[in-house]
Write a protein that binds this ligand. Sequence first.
Ligand SMILES: *Cc1c(COP(=O)(O)O)cnc(C)c1O
Length: 426
Amino acid sequence: MEFSTDLAYAKTLDASDPLRAFRQAFLLPKHGDGDAIYFLGNSLGLQPRSTASAIQAVLDQWSESGVEAFFKGKTPWLDFHSKLTTPLSRIVGCQPHEIVVMNQLSVNLHLMLASFYRPMGKRTKILCEYKAFPSDQYVLHSHVQHRGYDPSETLIEVKPREGEYTIRLEDIVARIEENIEELALVFWGGVNYYTGQVFDMKSITKAAHLAGALAGFDLAHAAGNVSLDLHDWDVDFACWCSYKYLNSGPGAMGAAFIHERFHKDAHLNRLAGWWGNRADTRFQMKPEFDPEADASGWQLSTPSPILYAALLASLQVFEQAGYENLIKKSRGMQAYLHGWIHDILETAPSGSMILLTPDQTEERGSQISLLFPRAGRELFNLMETQGIYADWREPDVIRVAPVPLYNTFEEIHQFGRILKKALMER
Ligand SMILES: *Cc1c(COP(=O)(O)O)cnc(C)c1O
């Protein structure tokens, strides 16, 4: 069907959406008597209805059995980790044993850098995105410094070209090739948090490997949002959080992917803790560290079954919906949203709105970022009064991310209609 700004068109899209029932699996924030329009799944995903009872079950097991709950009950806590890796592996595209669920994102980045930033001789440099998420910048900076290198000489940032907002793949590859003898690592985001640009992780990995460097990714805005194939892309490592598109709640556990070729590599540096020791000898309390021969060998501390339960409850919703189906619906929503954006760009006063997110389908996920050179804040306030949850980035950017699990085409219609009207009235 042809794109149309008519409400009837949005309603038709919703009516023919095979995943429309999944909205009922979530608790939606209210606005007045109805549901708010929550377009912030890229910031904090909404709470599945099943989360509270899943957490309660862990609390019950604790109250009934104390420490014995690690070994008995419906889900012995020691077995919990193995229930998470299979559903996660379908989301990021790898083998279950290549995933470890642990800690949180920034912590895991440091742990992965301890293993995979391996400066040798003049091969010390790390290539990264200009204006990556601040935590990633702090992690890279402090980690490099901690290892005795000067961040200003070691970190190479690739910028968008003059007058452009996103970074071209050809420019990333060119910078990799320029530094072919000095590059230790290419560390990149899967999806840029600010522009919503989805990067070609396969090509970046390939270019890094051809240059003799490793390739690692931050998937905070990619996991649960876009199609990923980490193992086949030959990515070396990746980390992500579970509270954005993965709907596992504030402070949810992060996870890391470590390609299986490293699992038994004894030359790799690793910061160790007892939870990374082989499970069958962990409680023998031996002085030597004997790691698990898979990604779980990177664990350090006793994990929280309460947080595991919140993650599993959310992953079960993904399992029921099917990740492929979600991606398909997400593409449909993006196409519809882009239909609106193009309609507005053609009709609103020239220069009143700029789309920062790339237009090419393969370079965008759920999120779009819009720049309003004049009166962006007023527009954002208007959205708020209309019950639309969007994200404001100083000084002039609004980010919205309709997600396939709980958003509707009609909500995108409302957003488009309000935005268009506001811009036309200016
Ligand atoms: C959200 C986000 C983080 C946050 O890290 P935490 O350690 O989970 O607080 C880091 N990096 C990126 C790219 C993010 O999008």
